[in-house]
Write a protein that binds this ligand. Sequence first.
Ligand code: URA
Length: 246
Amino acid sequence: MSLSPRQRACLDAMGIDVWVRREPVAETVTPVAAEPAPVPVSPAAEPTPASAPGSDVATLDWAALEARVADCTLCDLHATRTKPVFGVGHREARLMFVGEAPGAEEDRQGEPFVGRAGKLLDAMLRAIGRDRNSVYIANILKCRPPNNRDPKPEEAAACTPYLWRQIALVQPDLIVALGRIAAQRLLDTSSSLARLRGTVHELAPTGTPLIVTYHPAYLLRSPGEKRKAWQDLKFARDFVARRSAS
Ligand code: URA
């Protein structure tokens, strides 16, 4: 496939050398299976049980959901956050990205992926002809964990019903999990990112197809992996295009 000057510029911004895209293998190796390979439904991946606090989350519309997140005190992170980070983008997007949790800049601005990793995500989106207004972007956690530590299981358990509801409202054709933490939480698995990448999974509660790629913050630390992320993004772009055409 030939690339437009704009796409080339975007790949430059991602730090991907132009020659990489001309390698025959880069065009012929498909990073993920063409058809979804379902993962087993796991009870732990189901939405919050009806008896739990916040159990009506699955019935909320966008406005009520956003208000609920703004007022949420279900875990300790509400006490240390500046702003909750609800999500951003097109609420009927075909393509949805899910990251881990807000960082310092996201906590200040109340928007996901606006720091250094976010700049790279923007470049990745541009490379597939998208921007943050034409996809939907959310995180596993809506509030920043202090010092950017990993989410605790109880924090993720309290917060993920909000994400399940966002997914149910958006109804994307494909979710891209950004990094190990998002992938493991969404798929309720402890498998490594390397194992999860390269397959189309199926999200247990909704059946939504999901692929896994590297977190942009990891790509900033390990630029050598950007080539694989580019493969994943091209797959996502083409998967969504195929769905729209059918
Ligand atoms: N990292 C994430 O996983 N999400 C953000 O919103 C920002 C950085």
